[in-house]
Design a protein around this ligand. Structure first.
Ligand SMILES: Nc1ncnc2c1ncn2[C@@H]1O[C@H](COP(=O)(O)OP(=O)(O)OP(=O)(O)O)[C@@H](O)[C@H]1O
Length: 288
């Protein structure tokens, strides 16, 4: 569907026949010794122990782990919304300094403007960068098509379902053409059926656009279904405990036995780590 609109040179034919530049491909990311400690009065929270991670251009990487293990903190640091306590993030050999249009962060709740319809929401970022009105409309229509929201251009966010709102938010992010998409539990608030459909859609969009995607989830099967890699985090303090490479063929079915086996291997790793931590805590509380 999407591939059919992208011609042989990689340019996109919009509905009017205009040619829009091909989407920018993903950037590489190097996360070098990135840590974060929050200090709130007397309270000090070590949210993230130093993380080292190398991500290739166009890789789909899932961050998996229980609540409070620093996944969102790391994503915010990569987005440039939070500064690290130590270390640095390098995108395509350039250190990140603050937020930029090469990295877009998407949240669980689609942050659409309620006073703008879908078309205007998707056009919003393009308006900020002074893209002319005609081209803006064409690009927005292209991405609205990509997320299967054609026919809803004039609907307002309150007239859409949660899944449709999230698709509109994805279209708005893609319209800015970031090289890196940062998705923080984007489907966490959706029912299982809608979630499955959106997972498949994100995978299709990813294979058509070759963006680098970092995707935070609590759901092990979702991580294995989508990721080239699943990076497993553990809490207190937040840190990476394993980096699984998922070599299963795409597109993946959640019911596929290899996927189920991989998911249970990852879950076992996480359980073992949590049990060991509990054990250490118990020993620590008895030895004084
Ligand atoms: N602004 C902040 N000030 C103080 N502590 C914070 C702040 N943001 C996060 N933390 C703490 O840092 C730790 C990691 O939080 P973070 O939100 O990154 O975890 P998470 O793995 O994304 O959790 P969840 O899956 O529930 O979203 C938590 O203990 C949290 O309370």
């Amino acid at each position: 569907m999407i591939q059919s609109i992208v011609n042989k040179r990689g340019s996109i034919s919009a509905s009017s026949g205009d040619i829009i530049s091909p989407p920018a491909r993903g950037k590489s990311l190097r996360i070098e010794g990135v840590s974060k400690t929050f200090v709130d009065g007397e309270r000090v929270v070590e949210a993230l122990r130093p993380v080292n991670l190398s991500i290739s251009p166009g890789e789909f990487v899932c961050f998996l782990g229980p609540s409070g293990c620093g996944k969102s903190t790391l994503l915010s640091i990569i987005a440039g919304l939070e500064s690290p306590s130590s270390g640095s993030i390098i995108a395509n050999d350039k250190p990140i300094r603050g937020a930029g249009t090469d990295r877009i962060l998407l949240f669980q709740e689609a942050a659409l403007f309620p006073w703008l319809n879908v078309q205007k929401n998707v056009e919003f970022g393009l308006r900020q960068t002074n893209v002319p009105a005609k081209k803006r409309a064409e690009i927005a229509r292209y991405y609205i098509n990509m997320v299967n929201l054609n026919g809803f251009e004039h609907s307002y966010p309150h007239q859409l379902s949660g899944g449709m709102r999230q698709r509109a938010a994805i279209a708005r992010a893609l319209a800015i053409d970031p090289e890196i998409l940062l998705m923080d539990e984007p489907f966490g608030a959706l029912d299982a059926f809608t979630r499955d459909k959106l997972q498949a859609q994100v995978e299709t969009i990813w294979s058509a656009t070759h963006k680098t995607i970092l995707f935070v989830t609590h759901n092990v099967r979702e991580a294995v279904a989508l990721g080239d890699r699943v990076i497993v985090f553990a809490p207190r303090p937040g840190r990476i405990i394993r980096d699984f490479h998922i070599n299963l063929p795409r597109s993946r079915s959640l019911e596929d036995h290899q996927l189920v086996d991989k998911a249970s291997e990852i879950l076992q790793t996480l359980r073992k780590e949590m049990e060991e931590q509990e054990q250490e805590k118990k020993i620590g509380s008895t030895v004084h």
